[in-house]
Design a protein around this ligand. Sequence first.
Ligand SMILES: Cc1ncc(COP(=O)(O)O)c(C=O)c1O
Length: 407
Amino acid sequence: MHKHHRALGLAAAPFGNPVADIAMSRPVQPVTLLRPHAARRAARFFAEKFPGRSLYAVKANPSPDLLKILWDEGVTHYDVASIGEVRLVHETLPEAVLCFMHPVKAEEAIAEAYFDHSVRTFSLDTLEELEKIVRATSKNGINATDLNLLVRLRVDNQHAKLSLGAKFGAAPEDVKALLFAARQAADAMGICFHVGSQAMSPSAYADAMARVRDAIVDAAITVDIVDVGGGFPSTYPGMEPPPLEAYFEVIHSSFEALPISYSAELWCEPGRALCAEYASLLVRVEKRRGDELYINDGAYGALFDAAHIGWRYPVRLVSPRRTKVRPMDFSFYGPTCDDLDRMAGPFQLPGDVANGDYIEIGMLGAYGCAMRTQFNGFGTERTEIVDDEPMATLYGGNMPQQNVVTL
Ligand SMILES: Cc1ncc(COP(=O)(O)O)c(C=O)c1O
């Protein structure tokens, strides 16, 4: 990994733009641009302003470098969803507290997590999963007495751009029995939910907290942890959410109003919001056909969401010429042989963008980078650290909102 850091006195890019400097080296493969300062800023924001504990949802970006950055900024708890993530985080951050928050786990994964990686926190949404956890963590016929069990409720995902509402979560009619049973098996018992990813309104959390309240009242049970999950948004073209403080206020006031003890803990599991700004991608245009640009990354690279659910990312031309040509809308084709490797956008770029030009695609730190494959022999090997601002931010940096970077 290279560092393009003006503060270190390394080759200063013309006009002080580290991304333009990298484009001048005319990379043949896409280059991943990392902005550790953006991840640090996001972690500090959650540490200072979220009125409880923040668990990083590792699936959003499992890069060990990022895990270490978050750890250094005080993120001590990690939401892991697979035994692969358990092993990775335990190896990278041996002192981190791991919470296995996938409601459907392999019994072997639960046992390994509990006995080999000291995982004590598990989520569940059925009695079968509860039995699985109890079985997998018992030894010589004696049940574990140190489990933290969080029952996941099914909640409305209507405010989310990416629903997670159909697959997981106990239905209202099953919650009472599940809470009773989990209470018997747990040292600490909690309730969790997920409002869906990129929740565009704080009221998503207020609505879900109303479901938590109903569940607690109905079961008349002591709850030690309320975990509001992920779903905190980042900012993308056409998806500009309210400030995160508005989400935190709603969560705080609805948590305060729950019938729970003073010692009950409030948790959240942000993925996207902590790492979206951490990475972007520098791609090259290999061909132009009208308003279609053939670029060297795509659906099987970091642009899965752009291809499959029409997610729009910010883009800018990184060009050695000053262009006065008006912007226009483009779609992208990725490099593989497959027609599905198409990102409809629209992505707005100067009208004279041409074969050989470089484009930065922003806000790919969450999910984008994590979902890359090497399909068809295409991929990304070069990674550079840059210290300029991400193309958009929710954390009050100095955003360069221009669409064109000139050398
Ligand atoms: C259980 C759980 N927690 C947290 C997250 C992170 O969600 P987000 O990236 O929307 O914050 C996810 C995402 O799928 C999840 O499944």
